[in-house]
Ligand binder design. Structure first.
Ligand code: ZN
Length: 138
């Protein structure tokens, strides 16, 4: 496996994705990487991994893409299933689809970010500047 920044060894990608799916740090598994539901800390409070990995403006485009595909895909599938169940009445499927389409991107937002971070770490292991003080969580 790949050696990371300060001599840290990254876990296998399956472990990193499992940790990310539980809203934990993909590298060390620490549970408190969220500052708020919509905001990650700057660094992992346990291992110091930079959760913003250098690219300030476009780093999270992958997370947005994951969020869009998963949240809206889920909403569409549930809306189609409810349309199939309630056919020919369409009011319930329309309401279900609209509510899910509006709420799922917010519900899934932090998961998309941690999953994107795990994906990025799988292909681009920690680099200089990714490690820092474990106490600098701002
Ligand atoms: Zn960590």
């Amino acid at each position: 496996m790949t050696l990371a920044g300060a001599g840290r060894r990254l876990p296998p990608p399956t472990t990193m994705f499992a940790r990310a799916a539980g809203l934990r740090c993909p590298r060390c598994g620490a549970p408190s990487v969220l500052r708020t539901w919509l905001k990650l800390r700057d660094r992992c409070p346990t291992c110091g991994l930079a959760l913003e990995r250098g690219e300030q403006s476009d780093y999270w485009l992958g997370a947005y893409a994951i969020n869009l595909v998963v949240a809206e895909g889920f909403s569409g599938v549930v809306a189609l299933l409810s349309l199939w169940v309630f056919w020919p009445k369409t009011a319930v499927p329309i309401i279900v689809g609209a509510v899910l389409a509006l709420t799922m991107p917010i519900v899934f937002f932090p998961f998309s970010r941690t999953l994107w971070l795990a994906w990025d770490l799988s292909f681009r292991p920690t680099e200089a500047g990714d490690d820092g003080s474990a106490n600098s969580t701002r």
